[in-house]
Design a protein around this ligand. Structure first.
Ligand code: CMP
Length: 141
């Protein structure tokens, strides 16, 4: 079996407001993915800006920071072999219009900004994002 890998996921304020949290976590669990960290938090501006710092120069930066801080999110660390690739496949494309039915964004989203869920894009992003959101003692393997 491939080595396990961890990824940082959060259900964005639109997904939480629409009560999709349970449905989304259930999809991951039924796939066999382990939840090693889980919490509901209202992100600070500082956390949001740090999280999206790679996009600081992009035109959508201030808008996405505004959106992510508009209400609570449900953040989690998920673990399984090839966790980043597996969860990205389950989430679908960033733009829900390009996400097929059966994916989380393809089933629940229409808006490229309010796109229900975030997941680390690659191992470097996961290594940056996991300690940003979770203290080591909040992760239970
Ligand atoms: P996410 O995976 O959380 O990472 C960056 C976020 O910026 C992205 O999902 C979208 O929600 C948001 N965003 C808004 N506009 C764009 C855009 N034009 N391209 C990429 N991401 C965008």
């Amino acid at each position: 079996m491939a080595d396990t890998q961890r990824t940082l996921i959060f259900i964005k304020p639109d997904g939480v407001r629409r009560n999709l949290t349970g449905e989304i976590i259930q999809r991951f669990e039924r796939r066999g993915i382990r939840v090693v960290g889980l919490k509901k938090i209202h992100p600070s501006r500082e956390l949001a800006e740090q999280h999206y710092s790679v996009h600081r120069e992009r035109p959508f930066f201030s808008s996405v920071v505004e959106f992510i801080t508009s209400g609570p999110v449900v953040a989690m660390v998920l673990e399984c072999p090839n966790a980043i690739e597996v969860t990205r496949g389950m989430m679908g494309a960033t733009n829900p219009a390009q996400s097929p039915p059966g994916t989380i964004r393809g089933d629940f989203g229409l808006d490229i900004e309010q796109n229900i869920i975030h997941g680390s894009s690659d191992p470097e992003a996961a290594a940056y994002e996991i300690p940003l959101w979770f203290k080591p003692d909040e992760l239970v393997g």
